[in-house]
Ligand binder design. Structure first.
Ligand code: ZN
Length: 349
């Protein structure tokens, strides 16, 4: 009933609005109908129509929510649909794998390019992986805690880091003295903390190549990689940019030295070989060290072997008791050299 009143009210309103409504809605059919009824006299009941208008307004305003709901539902459906579309796309890999195909031509040229030069390979390391250093000299810093008036020697350990290296560090820590560790690059992964500890406790870390090959048998570029890849790995693990190399088997020639000069490293061999790798006996290692111990000696050992580390339990305290300062290679060489020369070979003081 109220709805009928409302409609009547609308009719009145339209008539009352007359031409002004028609001008606004000139293209509207309803407007043209109302314009034909402009002859109906004004009704005194009009003022009460405000209530009806309110109702109409209410009705009109209550209707949109239904539409909104429909729209919302539609959106929900659409969003549900659209959300399922990407899912389908995800299960279809071709579009994802397409971009690499377009990139392929970019990666092709290097394959067809000739082997990179030594200088090119070196440039891959300095800057991206290693700090750029002066390759004309390798500076040496004297350790003020070392007394040059007293005998000193350098215990060096190759082929680590190994499962025995931490124990060796414990022995040094318990008795004092420092060692030099020529590490193999491919053994560092997983033992970065051991290298960090070496550096933090004052030991020296040197390069013993990545794969432990005989450098004299390799191409120039391969020698560069063996040296600089290991140097970069040590730098990454410790923040120390080492510049000393022990060539595997002590094998070195002028070509290897020339590569050393280009890569800014020098080579350090030894004056006493304990042949611990062959004897694998702690007593034998102990005797070899004691027979070779003298001021300025560089002693070759391998922390790869448990028997060598066993020997150090007695070697290190005995050498210290005999008055030797157990110093690093660089500390030892700092008393016979003001600096080291890249490409140089150092055996003893
Ligand atoms: Zn070795």
């Amino acid at each position: 009933m109220k709805r009928i009143i409302c409609l009547i009210a609308v009719m009145f309103l339209m008539v009352f609005a007359g031409g002004s409504t028609a001008t606004v809605q000139s293209s509207d059919n309803e407007a043209s109908v109302s314009s034909t009824e402009t002859t109906i006299p004004e009704s005194p009941a009009l003022p009460t129509d405000t209530e009806a208008m309110t109702d109409i307004t209410t009705e009109i305003t209550t209707e949109p929510p239904i539409l909104t709901e429909i729209i919302t539902d539609t959106e929900t459906v659409m969003s549900t649909e659209t959300s399922t579309v990407p899912a389908d796309n995800e299960t279809a890999p071709p579009p994802v794998t397409e971009p690499p195909v377009t990139e392929a031509p970019v990666t092709e040229p290097p394959v067809t390019e000739p082997t990179p030069s030594v200088d090119e390979v070196i440039s891959w390391y300095f800057g991206p992986q290693l700090p750029v250093s002066d390759i004309t000299t390798i500076p040496l810093a004297k350790n003020p805690s070392i007394d040059p008036a007293k005998p000193m020697l350098a215990l060096t350990f190759d082929d680590g880091p190994s499962a025995h290296t931490e124990r060796l560090l414990n022995i040094f820590k318990a008795h004092g003295g420092k060692g030099t560790f020529f590490v193999v690059g491919n053994s560092i992964g997983g033992k970065e903390a051991t290298l960090s500890r070496m550096a933090a406790e004052g030991h020296e870390i040197g390069i013993h190549t990545w794969w432990h090959p005989q450098l004299t048998t390799l191409t120039d570029v391969a020698i560069v990689d063996e040296i600089l890849m290991t140097r970069a790995k040590i730098y990454s693990a410790t923040g120390v940019d080492t510049r000393i190399v022990r060539p595997p088997y002590g094998a070195i020639d002028d070509r290897v030295k020339a590569i050393g000069a280009k890569t800014g490293v020098c080579f350090v061999n030894w004056s006493v070989d304990t042949v611990d790798w062959r004897t694998r006996n702690a007593t034998a290692v102990y005797n070899e060290v004691m027979n070779g111990a003298r001021n300025g000696a560089i002693i070759l050992c391998h922390d790869l072997h448990g028997s060598t580390v066993d020997a150090m339990e007695t070697v290190i305290p005995k050498l210290i008791a005999d008055g030797y300062q157990l110093v690093t290679v660089s500390e030892l060489l700092s008393y016979s050299n003001t600096y080291l020369v890249p490409g140089g070979l150092y055996n003893r003081q």
